[in-house]
Design a binder for this molecule. Structure first.
Ligand SMILES: NC(=O)C1=CN([C@@H]2O[C@H](COP(=O)(O)OP(=O)(O)OC[C@H]3O[C@@H](n4cnc5c(N)ncnc54)[C@H](O)[C@@H]3O)[C@@H](O)[C@H]2O)C=CC1
Ligand SMILES: O=C(O)[C@@H]1CCC=N1
Length: 268
């Protein structure tokens, strides 16, 4: 992609996006700039990726074709207001913030500015994000395509409508936290039964990774795969019965629903 891209905010997500862009860019790294709050963070990112990093958002974003906003949601209004004087009517603005709507962006930018909301997840750090994408009515096909290329550089993408972005946040944006808690809980059980913490984490992590890969590569419903694990009278079915007694699936569903409800509340 022959575009000048600025990433504003180089924390968990901004840094992962820079990493993806840098590793997928076969042309000059001069086309990627970034900005962050502290000199130290700017220096670290600059040294790690060999791109220009500023502590001034206007300097970083000036002359960019695409500006990716990767700051915390409460800073978005401030940062957008800051960059308005240096963007053109064609600059594509992309936000990855939860709860910051297209309507809110258009109030600041005007309805004619191309604007995209994207919801990636923390697995972007290893190029395995799942990112939901929604565009405003001022985006061209090229804008949408550029966003897909950017987020494909950190994993996979799915176009959705804005009302479905709440569900995307629940199912793939925020839920890595549930998966990490699951792995941690499983590892605790291993430790309680004599495995070292290191062994136990290795077992649980590889198991989750293996199951995700298997589910993805097989054409089989997860319910059938669940049944395939269970030997009659064996250990696995005992785990299933106990988990269901403890509302295992319902617990996950209500946790995800709480995230979705929070996303809706933040978007009001
Ligand atoms: N962490 C996650 O798993 C996910 C986060 N998001 C969204 O991504 C956004 C960023 O989240 P994280 O990367 O986790 O946050 P973070 O706190 O790790 O990174 C924020 C970055 O913004 C910089 N920053 C702070 N004030 C700034 C300013 N005025 N101008 C420029 N840079 C500034 C900080 O120095 C830091 O580099 C949030 O809006 C969040 O909703 C979306 C999907 C997943
Ligand atoms: O917790 C949050 O608000 C962000 C959105 C998705 C993941 N983290």
């Amino acid at each position: 992609m022959d575009k000048k891209i600025a990433v504003i905010g180089t924390g968990n997500m901004g840094k992962a996006i820079i990493q993806g862009l840098v590793s997928h860019s076969n042309d000059s790294l001069n086309s990627i700039t970034a900005s962050t709050r502290t000199d130290q963070e700017a220096q670290n990112i600059q040294e790690e990726f060999g791109i220009n990093v500023f502590t001034n958002n206007q300097l970083a974003a000036k002359n960019s074709d695409i500006i990716i906003l990767a700051v915390k949601p409460y800073l978005l209004e401030e940062v957008i207001t800051e960059i308005i004087p240096i963007i053109s009517q064609h600059t594509l603005i992309i936000s990855i913030a939860a709860g910051f709507t297209i309507g809110q962006a258009e109030e600041l930018l005007g309805g004619n500015q191309p604007f995209i909301r994207a919801m990636p997840n923390l697995a972007a750090q290893v190029g395995e994000s799942m990112t939901g994408i929604v565009e405003n009515s001022s985006c061209s096909d090229t804008d949408i395509n550029d966003a897909i290329i950017i987020f494909n550089a950190i994993g996979r993408t799915e176009m959705v409508t804005e009302d479905l972005l709440h569900a995307v946040i629940g199912v793939s944006g925020s839920s890595p936290t549930l998966v990490f808690m699951l792995i941690q809980a499983m590892a605790d059980s291993g430790v309680a039964n004599g495995l070292t913490r290191e062994q136990s984490l290795k077992l649980a992590t590889q198991m989750v990774k293996g199951c995700a890969t298997y589910l993805e590569q097989s054409d089989t419903h997860p319910e059938k795969l669940k049944d395939n694990v269970c030997t009659p009278g064996g250990t696995s079915i005992q785990m299933v019965l106990e988990a269901e007694k403890q509302n295992y699936r319902h617990t996950i569903q209500s946790a995800i629903q709480a995230g979705i409800d929070k996303s809706k509340e933040l978007s009001k």
